[in-house]
Design a protein around this ligand. Sequence first.
Ligand code: UD1
Ligand code: UDP
Length: 373
Amino acid sequence: MKIAVIIGTRPEIIKMAPVIDEIEKRSIDYILIHTGQHYDHEMSDQFFIDLELKKPDFNIGVGSGSHGKQTATMMNGIEDVLVAEKPDIVLVQGDTNAVLAGALVASKLHIPVGHVEAGLRSYDKSMPEEINREIADVCSKLYFVPTEESAVNLLFEGISPKDIFITGNTIVDTCIRNLKIAQKSEEKPKFDFEGDILTLTMHRAENVDNRERLQNIIDALLELDDVTVVFPVHPRTVKTLKEFDMFDKLENADHIELIKPVGYLDFLLLMSKSKFIMTDSGGLQEEAITLNVPCMTLRYNTERPETVEAGGNILVGAEKDKITGTVKEILNNSDLYDKMSRAENPYGSGDSSKEILDAILDLYHQGELKITV
Ligand code: UD1
Ligand code: UDP
């Protein structure tokens, strides 16, 4: 049996890492295809080092560009590799353009697609990720969904229950395994910030490419001087903060630490030591509840509603007063803080990748992986 694993951006590398480990443990033949959508050392190579992954067998080298050009170039490159390598199954993860390109190409070559983290829906079609999720799920054969809620989303779209596997989210596997490693190797802490730490990340197009929304969020951050805001800035966000003349203001604020994106082990330690997390990232909403750190999400909707229902995540949108008010409320209300920190993790206990591989191997041995045409 041969598996093709497709990755392209930081979160895909992080969330596919335990799946790759599991493939290697079982000595299954596999190829790793990197689309090259993320290419800076701190957005890509650093994670291969931290998570001890082999170098990709193929790198399409797509780089940055418009969605159409990026997706088309990825499709071209992925098709060449799949035609030459003839894998039995292609695995994609999440909702980036790599998932869209990989799932489309593989399904048209009649190679079964396994979608890891399938079934998430924000029901907000203005998000490029929502389009990618939906299309990937139309093209997939196997659906590895994190929760029952995501399984139900797929059932409503007519997906057969026999193709849906509720496995939890592989981020829990990555998080649990690497936190131990990070804590062990912490001889000299890389970060030594004082006071209550609020770890912040944001990169969603709807926040950072929109001047007004970004200004509201920045104004809120400038007011939050009861805490130390640690902000590893995504390259997309650096670009627009500079374009909108907002970068210097943040850099000059005493309570805000602007840093480059950090490697996974350092970032895990930072998150685990934070009083709370503020983000528009998908992965951070999941990691926050895994690490028992209260989360505030800079969005009006989320495809991770389980985190909100469990009580660990509050949607604060992009209004200045709502953001500052919520931080103060959580800081001053220890009952609320405790409740948020104790929210039950809906994403499983760290066995997702094992369950994914068990399902794939079972189907393969039963001859069920073939697509008949
Ligand atoms: C992409 C995904 C998003 C995911 C995010 C993870 C899509 C549609 N978007 O968004 O779902 O949450 O990755 O971080 O697939 N850039 C660099 N260096 C890099 C990568 C990007 O400088 O290594 C800059 C470029 O100016 C680029 C911009 O960031 O134009 C945006 O990058 P892109 O890959 O298009 O989208 P992300 O915002 O990273
Ligand atoms: N992350 C990291 N270093 C950072 C910021 C984020 O290692 O400086 C990790 C984080 O732990 C999470 C993943 O990157 O696992 C999330 O990626 P991102 O927010 O870019 O994408 P999303 O999850 O929104 O798709």
